[in-house]
Write a protein that binds this ligand. Structure first.
Ligand SMILES: C[S@@+](CC[C@H](N)C(=O)[O-])C[C@H]1O[C@@H](n2cnc3c(N)ncnc32)[C@H](O)[C@@H]1O
Length: 238
């Protein structure tokens, strides 16, 4: 057996940890998004630096809790939160204009069942969310990172599956959707062998489009381009 140089091993581990599933885009903010940030952040914003949170205390109640990774402009989040006032939602997005847009929507729709982080969702899960505390984790239309040399940036990886499993309650569900078939196949490859999950699809692949998932602009665009949409649901079983 060849022994690996410890320095090289450390470098590799460091490299794996710092590969991100997103690139920070310098997006311009509209006035509405800017206003959303200024007025909405004090009410709905949460900071990674504040560490572990008691979300019953944050929301002032104990209700079914959904964690959404990469909400984009927040359209789905708003629609889901408005349709389910008896449930709580934690949305995380790195793109500031999207955060502003969601905050602006929360203010105009007078919703109080959403809280928002503006940073890497994986760090929020690791640092702020208690184990076995989430009912659902949503990953809608994650960046597909088409080129094979970029596949390492895809958010769905064995370590991701394990992190999500640890944060879901037993019986809780990871729901993913994509309009890029090779990414759906890739998700299946990772998730079908991830320990502690059951694929909720009858055929062990994708579930029919769930009514609770709002139609997003990515889905509409996919439909226009003749792409399909693949929904995958995996339940934590232990
Ligand atoms: C293709 S968009 C989809 C947005 C939205 N879910 C939708 O369906 O319209 C993917 C989003 O995920 C965000 N994202 C990617 N990795 C993330 C991470 N680790 N934490 C938070 N947001 C992330 C990106 O900034 C981007 O806005």
């Amino acid at each position: 057996m060849t022994e690996q140089n410890p320095a090289a091993e450390e470098q590799q581990t460091e490299h794996r940890r710092t590969i991100k599933s997103f690139v920070m885009r310098a997006g311009r903010m509209t006035e509405g998004q800017q206003r959303g940030l200024e007025q909405g952040w004090p009410k709905f914003g949460l900071a990674l630096e504040d560490g572990p949170r008691d979300f019953d205390e944050v929301f002032g109640r104990s209700a079914p809790r959904t964690f959404e990774i990469g909400f984009g402009m927040g359209h789905s989040t708003l629609e889901m939160a408005a349709a389910a006032p008896d449930q709580d939602f934690i949305g995380v997005e790195v793109h500031k204009p999207g955060v502003g847009a969601l905050l602006s929507g929360l203010l105009s729709q007078k919703l109080n069942n959403v809280r928002v982080y503006s940073c890497d969702a994986l760090e929020v899960l690791r640092d702020c969310v208690a184990d076995a505390s989430l009912d659902r984790v949503l990953l809608f239309f994650p960046d597909p990172w088409h080129k094979s040399r970029h596949h390492k940036r895809r958010i769905v990886q064995p370590a991701f599956a394990e992190l999500i499993r640890s944060k879901l309650k037993v019986g809780g569900v990871l729901h993913m959707a994509t309009d890029w078939e090779p990414y759906a196949e890739y998700m299946l490859e990772v998730m079908n062998v991830a320990p502690g999950y059951r694929n909720l699809a009858e055929d062990g692949r994708c579930v029919p489009r769930p009514a609770e998932r709002p139609v997003t602009k990515f889905e509409r665009r996919g439909e226009r381009l003749g792409h399909g949409v693949w929904d995958l649901k995996f339940q934590r079983i232990d």
